[in-house]
Design a protein around this ligand. Structure first.
Ligand SMILES: [Zn+2]
Ligand SMILES: [Zn+2]
Length: 555
């Protein structure tokens, strides 16, 4: 399903079902955890996970529970590749944890910290407030060291679980090879103190610095660095250790006592890494593990989820073109296990849909009770702050698209005045509250950014400083007569959009000019094109005085 089809069938039950399952765990504090590996700028689609966690927390708090969300930045993974835009040398850093590589942008304490900060700084605008935890810091804690020790003491059990889960669909030969390779396998790798690497080689030829033996009496491991050849036997607490990725997840659940963690379909599939992790929770760490909430990823039209391409559609990119509430709404209005496809080219329509939905919540439009009941439940979860009692009227995004493009030719004061006039008309208001006024600048700037990046040619309005000579040259005598008469209309009393639109027809017919030609003539004089925004409104937006001068300049 694409997003332009209105989805009548909203599903809010999933939140209720998940919250019931989470409530059954009855911990002292409910911890809803999310995580992301930091191998580049994070795609805005990731916010689905954060928003799901946020609404679970909100619902738990609503029934009086102590609940919080946590975001783990998985920054301790070894570097495998760099986004094309990065200036660091891949050879120098391949195999080094992301958290140990410098920030080439020069502003943060590490490469992964840069991407983490870029993401986290947008959280307040999306109305989410998870505690931010760095995986690299987790590995510096005594709790994690204990978890690593537990894993080393249960290596045999972990091998069994991996053979059951990973080799499940292998053929006989593959399975035999896998079982053989697991005989000497340990779930822990070491950051080499000599060369700083967790592994050697790049894609296809990766060899981790895996532990080769563990002595539980002396608490020592042996390893050999696959990159520089350094080898030693050392105490666990003298080394920087990292659990293999399928084991890292349940170890974090265990030490944090995670109540619930949402997971994208790729990890949450039956027998996938989530289920393997739950199995390890039970058989290695002796507890149930968190409640699994599987979800399908968000696609943003035109942009792929991957972060390997040069351009990543980040949270900031979203906030530049659309309100954060719209993103929350798009994610929450469907069951999480269904894919969301947000078409960036349809943002103006989607904003309209969201704002109609908002009006349903406030009971402002005459709609059926079902729609209103749904809005009562869903709308507060889409809001980035506590819902306020009084509705704040919003300027039409589509009007903002045209108006924002006139910032070069109309004064700021005139633009704001036009916005106030339209807002009044749109919502039948006698005056506008300061709260409503305060929202206008952001709306104009988002509309302008949107039209520049995603608007069609029809949406784009560029008013040249003067009417080009080649356009003036095409005017016929009848065209000029029409224009002269239309000037008289403009000199008269102010007309509303519809009346003015009507006057164009009337004036054209008066001189025997075809309607279509009259419109073409005006559009070409204004914006050097044959068509454009609805003319009556557009003329009023520009203002009689400006239009008059413009027409006089060609006569
Ligand atoms: Zn930085
Ligand atoms: Zn080394």
């Amino acid at each position: 399903m694409t997003s332009e089809e209105p989805q009548e069938e909203f599903s809010i039950h999933w939140i209720r079902d998940v919250v019931d399952e989470v409530l059954a765990r009855d911990p002292d504090q409910y911890l809803i955890v999310t995580g992301k590996s930091m191998s580049g700028s994070v795609h805005a689609g990731f916010m689905k996970e954060i928003i799901i966690a946020d609404v679970i927390k909100r619902e738990l708090k609503a029934v009086g529970k102590d609940a919080k969300t946590v975001f783990i930045s998985d920054d301790f993974d070894p570097i495998r590749a760099f986004p094309p835009s990065l200036t660091l040398s891949p050879d120098e850093y391949m195999g080094v944890p992301y958290s140990d590589a410098p920030d080439p942008h020069g502003c943060c304490e590490s490469l992964s910290a840069h991407w983490t900060n870029e993401l986290v700084e947008t959280f307040p605008e999306f109305g989410v407030d998870p505690e931010v935890v760095l995986q690299s810091k987790i590995y510096e804690t005594k709790e994690m060291l204990d978890a690593v020790r537990i894993c080393l003491n249960h290596t045999e059990t972990i091998r069994e679980i991996l053979i059951e889960c990973v080799a499940r669909d292998f053929d006989e030969t593959q399975k035999a090879d896998y079982i053989e390779s697991m005989k000497t396998w340990y779930p822990v790798s070491v950051v080499c103190p000599e060369c700083g690497r967790l592994q050697s080689g790049g894609k296809g030829s990766i060899v981790p610095n895996r532990v080769t033996s563990y002595n539980s009496e002396s608490d020592e491991v042996s390893y050999k660095c696959a990159h520089c050849g350094h080898s030693e036997t050392a105490k666990l607490d003298k080394l920087r250790l990292k659990l293999s990725w399928r084991v890292d997840w349940p170890a974090k659940w265990y030490i944090m006592k995670t109540t619930c963690e949402p997971a994208g379909k790729d990890h949450a599939v039956k027998g996938g890494s989530y289920d393997t992790g739950l199995e390890m929770s039970r058989r290695v760490f002796g507890w149930s593990g968190p409640v699994k909430v599987p979800f399908e990823w968000v696609r943003l039209g035109g942009y792929d989820m991957g972060t390997s391409r040069g351009v990543v559609f980040t949270n900031r990119a979203w906030l530049n073109i659309a309100p954060p509430e719209l993103f929350r709404y798009m994610v929450l209005r469907t069951d999480p296990e269904r894919a969301n496809n947000i078409q960036t080219n349809l943002i103006p329509d989607l904003v309209d849909i969201y704002e109609t939905f908002e009006r349903n919540y406030y009971g402002l439009d005459d709609v059926d009770s079902e729609k209103q009941d749904l809005a009562k439940v869903l709308y507060p979860l889409t809001e980035v702050r506590k819902v306020i009692e009084e509705y704040i009227p919003k300027l039409s995004f589509k009007f903002a698209i045209v108006t924002s493009q006139l910032q070069g030719i109309l004064s700021e004061e005139t633009i704001m005045q036009r916005c106030y006039d339209v807002l009044k008309k749109q919502h039948s208001l006698s005056d506008i509250s300061p709260e409503a006024k305060a929202l206008i600048p952001a709306r104009l700037s988002r509309a302008l950014n949107w039209v520049k990046e995603f608007g069609s040619e029809r949406d784009q309005v560029e008013v040249p400083d003067t009417v080009p000579k080649e356009i003036i040259d095409t005017l016929t005598d009848t065209d000029r007569e029409f224009l002269k008469n239309f000037v008289e209309v403009l000199k008269g009393d102010p007309l509303d959009d519809e009346e003015l639109q009507g006057k164009v027809f009337e004036t054209a017919r008066g001189v025997g000019l075809k309607d279509k030609r009259a419109f073409v003539v005006l559009y070409r004089i204004l914006i050097s094109r044959k068509s454009g925004p609805r003319l009556g409104g557009f003329l009023n937006l520009l203002g009689n005085e400006w239009v008059l001068e413009r027409i006089m300049s060609v006569l």
